[in-house]
Design a protein around this ligand. Sequence first.
Ligand code: 5HY
Length: 252
Amino acid sequence: MRLKLINPNTTKSMTDTIAAAARAVAAPGTEITAATSRSGPVSIEGHYDEAMSIVGLVDVIREDPAADAYVIACFGDPGLLAAREIASGPVIGIAEAAMHAASFLATGFSVVTTLERTRIIAEQLVRNYGMEHHCRRVRAIDIPVLELENPKSNARAMILKECEDAIAQDKSGAIVLGCAGMADLTRFLQERLQVPIIDGVAAAVKFAEALVGLGLKTSKRGDLAYPLHKSYKGMLSNYAPPTRPAGNGPNT
Ligand code: 5HY
């Protein structure tokens, strides 16, 4: 199968970290093509960043409609449902994947993310995904996303400390890494903490493989049917949903 791994921010070095983590767990026969969005924020750290990142995400999917599955490698799962509308293959968000994986492994998990403000967005996702009963707490180390790449930043030690506090104070049996940029920390943390450490990138790759392996695709009945054909104005006029030839999945 061919899996399209999409970093919806525009930082190539972060895509490289994400792609390495994905390829490390991919099954033989899973070809991963990683893409960095060409337009939008260098990092996604809020609602506005998320909104502005979605056109770049849509570009990547529209340019590769034949991929067997897609992974949105940003813990906000930006544009997840819009992506599912325009894609045929399964689209997996790393936050949704990580939370579900954690819920299979522990009755309670904590999320450790970057900025305080994105912690609030992650809490919303916990509710959206019906994970309130499993997620004990969403924690933040309060450093910007791209500081994760700065070897001089104390990010690694701060994340380890936050995980230790999550285990001791939240009584969590598993930790969800709340940023795609933490994908390369899984082993470092796993060797030091006696609980499952879930990286959403790796979890999303395995869920995508499972769904494709089951021959399943995104439903085209109801709200995830292809977008209705209509004209778009202004700078987005090129994004007008095309008419779909009959039999190419209902538009309803
Ligand atoms: C991410 N931002 O995974 C999120 C992390 C966050 O650019 N990639 C980003 O803190 O929401």
